[in-house]
Design a protein around this ligand. Structure first.
Ligand SMILES: [Zn+2]
Length: 287
């Protein structure tokens, strides 16, 4: 059964650990993440971007696959199926498709419009028992080959959005999506502490979890981050493992071309990455 992310994140915030959001792209990804969460008795959030949803033939296909897999694999740990960086329209499509959690990324709207749309989604999600993530201050990343250094959100705007009744809040604290540039100055703990003080018990979300040093992750958790998004790191691990298999010519040996064999090293690499992150985030045994 899918659950809202609310309870697991409130528990995480109170217990000073974080729950990982791992983005899925296909059946292998989903299976690897669910099995690892079950094995480690950890709550987990499966993230789906609109692009990944489209790739997997629509949100309904995703919901049905995840639900069936939870059933067939006898997954008993709490699992939330979450729309990552949803547009206004995308949020409604996922609500309809049976997602248990959504993120409305209204960070590109003027704050007044972000507030208005978020308010409406707070009401709809509350009615249906879904958790809702809002974003304040754009979280940068590579665009057209230029890597932004990551913005910092205004703590007062964070409070304004948090007070609307969202479940969790993503705020830019210098974090970015994708690989971090060599001259990245690091997370702004000053901003994080200021936001934390303003929003009180609201769980905070750290996007762009790939490549942030472990000590910074631990410090961010100690300052109120209770959900950390991991996407690129699983992709890099999967690609490297499958590349190695092919480069070693294993697809040419016997039935090595069988997709179940060809993709197996990639699946193992995702499992190892998820395990490493759950250890770092402290969510093992917290289901
Ligand atoms: Zn993000």
């Amino acid at each position: 059964m899918l659950v809202s992310a609310k309870e697991m994140l409130v528990k995480a915030k109170a217990g000073h650990y974080a729950v990982g959001q791992f983005n899925i792209n296909n059946l292998e990804w989903t299976k690897a993440i669910l099995q690892t969460a079950q094995e480690l008795n950890s709550p987990v959030i499966l993230g789906v971007s609109e692009g990944a949803g489209k790739y997997m033939c629509g949100f309904k296909t995703v919901t049905d696959m995840v639900k069936a897999m939870i059933d067939e694999l006898k997954i008993t740990v709490p699992v939330a199926l979450h729309l990552d960086h949803g547009t206004y329209e995308g949020c409604y499509r996922c609500i309809e498709a049976g997602f248990s959690s959504i993120m409305f990324d209204g960070s590109h709207y003027p704050i007044a419009e972000n507030v208005e749309k978020t308010k409406e989604l707070v009401r709809v999600c509350a009615e249906k028992g879904l958790s809702l993530e809002a974003e304040v201050g754009a979280i940068g990343g590579e665009e057209d080959g230029v890597i932004g250094m990551g913005e910092c959100a205004d703590p007062n705007e964070c409070k304004q959005i948090a007070d609307l009744g969202v479940t969790m809040l993503a705020a830019g604290i210098g974090n970015i999506h994708g690989k971090y540039p060599a001259n990245w100055p690091g997370l702004s703990f000053e901003t994080l502490a200021a936001i934390s003080e303003k929003v009180g018990k609201m769980p905070l979300v750290l996007h762009g979890g790939t490549g942030i040093p472990a000590d910074m992750i631990r410090k961010a958790i100690s300052l109120g981050v209770s959900k950390i998004n991991v996407n690129t790191e699983c992709q890099l691990a999967f690609a490297a493992a499958v590349r190695k298999y092919v480069e070693e010519g294993k697809d040419l040996q016997g039935k090595g071309f069988d997709p179940r064999k060809l993709l197996a090293p990639g699946v193992e690499a995702i499992k190892a990455t998820v395990r490493e992150k759950m250890e770092l985030f402290g969510s093992i045994g917290k289901a």
